[in-house]
Write a protein that binds this ligand. Structure first.
Ligand SMILES: NC(=O)C1=CN([C@@H]2O[C@H](COP(=O)(O)OP(=O)(O)OC[C@H]3O[C@@H](n4cnc5c(N)ncnc54)[C@H](O)[C@@H]3O)[C@@H](O)[C@H]2O)[C@@H](O)CC1
Length: 507
């Protein structure tokens, strides 16, 4: 699903309003919001809307008008607000439906006992800093401690960049109308988003075609399920996906084990691990179903030949976890990545070695999976500030054509054509070895025929879900092995309601 900038959303909104009428759109928005109210309301208090003078405020009226859950409904708004025809319509319907109207300003005490507050102060046309009236409304909402469902965006967040104002709503959930706004997926605003839902209300990506902002995408559950390869009935173990894992060292055999498990649990039929002789005993002690082939890391030319010979029977390569930073490893990594025609996912030590020869890999079928520190180095442009991740990864990919997965709370995956924002994951993944599992899973997806960018975005999404599944089972102390073990369960996607899509849960 497209994640849009404010400018893209304005274009999409305008075209949809011309086609369907603004009144119909706001009614659809209200109906979708109303469906979420009982999910997040708690206690016996009223549902309280706080409505700004724009259409975001209109959504608050529309939702309260549409809500049929039997709770008392109150809305705070400016009685003198002119507003659009759609806002008028929603306000009239709210009044007829018995919603109690009260004039702004609202104070925290008035909101304190609410079962749920609907934040309709500002939407996609919000600018920071907030004006005094909006800031006062946000301050009251924040001080009340009530649970908040934010309409479109949490007020006080910037819809495109994810910057936040001094006054900002922290929502338990946000429902995006039309398309999710880029800012709600990006730090620091993401902390304020809570769970993110989207009600598409008939809007179309194509209507943003004239807007020059680069396209961004976020995977939704149905799109993820559609990306996952399906094993054909007549498959054999090689055609089911045969990744070659080039990983591990005497010092770090575990990285190769985890990478191989990630590959196997992602559904590969035949996993081969090529590792230096010094790691072989440890690998064989842990890998039963996978084949371990050794090479002499002190003879890089022979090692490269051994590995390239193996690629004849494989369909993708994962390279890097635990290899180490020696010159011999550098020769092996560059010899293999430069000498193969198979798709490659490169991680960890391999990123260090590839950094010196990026030009050789321009537009190759290659995925790199750096964390922020590794990206600082491989991009050649130093430390990445949180608010420049998107711009920096775009600059790098525009320059090199290498599909890049930049790890973070919102992992970014960029190809020449688009930037993808991964919405899944949990801080339980912040533990050693989970990156190796991800690399293995991506290798399997590449081996099963996904294009590099699809393997990277499906892998990131899947891995994030697996982290959440592992946490749900373990509660504490999730280790990388648990994440690999959880990949199967994490691949199950419940049927989705296309009118109300859950993009991510709060963590
Ligand atoms: N246009 C449509 O057809 C639909 C609009 N919808 C809702 O409408 C919202 C957009 O509504 P609006 O375009 O009325 O805009 P907003 O409700 O976001 O903002 C209202 C007004 O406040 C102004 N404003 C924002 N920040 C300010 C600041 N810091 N200081 C002073 N003024 C400021 C804006 O310029 C705008 O005129 C969406 O976010 C969504 O919630 C939905 O109902 C779906 C359909």
């Amino acid at each position: 699903m497209r994640a849009v900038t404010a400018a893209q959303m304005r274009a999409i909104d305008a075209a949809a309003a011309a086609r369907d009428g603004e009144v119909a759109l706001m009614r659809a928005a209200g109906a979708a919001i109303a469906r979420l109210i009982d999910r997040y309301a708690h206690g016996d208090g009223p549902i309280v809307g706080v409505a700004g003078n724009g259409n975001n405020g209109g959504d608050a009226y529309a939702a309260l008008a549409a809500y049929a859950g039997g709770r008392r409904r109150i809305v705070y708004g400016d009685p003198a607000a002119e507003g659009s025809r759609a806002r008028h319509d929603a306000r009239w319907r709210a009044r007829i439906a018995g919603v109690e109207e009260r004039p702004l300003p609202v104070d925290a005490n008035a909101l304190r006992g609410a079962a749920l507050v609907l934040d309709g102060v500002l939407g996609v046309n919000a600018r920071l800093p907030l004006d005094a009236r909006s800031a006062a409304a946000v301050a009251a909402i924040a001080a009340s401690g009530a649970a908040v469902l934010a309409l479109d965006i949490p007020t006080g967040t910037e819809p495109t960049t994810g910057a936040v104002d001094a006054h900002v709503v922290r929502a338990v959930a946000t429902i995006a109308l039309g398309r999710p706004k880029l800012g709600t997926l990006l730090d620091p605003a993401r902390d304020c988003t809570g769970a993110l839902w989207c009600a598409p209300i008939g809007m179309r990506d194509a209507d943003a075609a004239g807007v020059d902002d680069p396209p961004a995408e976020v995977l939704d559950p149905a799109a993820f399920a559609a990306l996952l390869p399906v094993r054909a009935d007549e498959s054999d173990k090689r055609s089911s996906g045969a990744p070659l894992i080039v990983a591990g060292s005497t010092q770090f055999p575990g990285a190769a084990v985890l990478c191989a498990w990630g590959a196997a649990r992602a559904g590969a039929g035949y996993v081969t691990v090529a590792a230096p002789e010094g790691a072989a005993a440890a690998l064989r002690a842990h890998l039963v179903e996978q084949v371990v082939v050794t090479y002499d890391e002190r003879d890089p030319a022979a090692a490269v030949q051994t590995i390239l010979d193996l690629t004849n029977r494989c369909s993708a390569i994962a390279i890097g976890p635990g290899l180490g930073l020696s010159d011999d490893s550098a020769a092996i990594v560059n010899g293999v990545v430069g000498g193969t025609t198979l798709p490659v996912v490169a991680d960890a030590s391999a990123l260090y070695h590839l950094a010196k020869r990026l030009d050789a890999y321009r537009d190759a079928p290659l995925v790199i999976t750096p964390h922020a520190g590794e990206f600082a180095r491989i991009s050649g442009k130093g430390t990445v500030a949180p608010d420049e991740r998107l711009a920096r990864v775009r600059e790098f990919v525009d320059r090199t054509g290498i599909v890049t997965l930049l790890k973070g709370r919102t992992t970014l995956i960029a190809s020449r054509d688009a930037t993808h924002l991964n919405p899944t994951g949990t801080n339980a993944l912040a533990t050693a070895g989970t990156g190796d599992v991800l690399t293995g899973a991506i290798a399997t997806l590449l081996a099963q025929g996904l294009a590099p960018v699809d393997a990277a975005r499906a892998g990131a999404y899947w891995h994030g879900r697996a982290g959440s599944v592992a946490l749900a089972h373990r509660h504490r102390g999730v280790v990388a092995r648990d994440v690999a073990e959880a990949l199967g369960e994490a691949s199950l996607v419940a049927p989705q309601d296309p009118e109300l899509i859950r993009l991510f849960s709060s963590r």
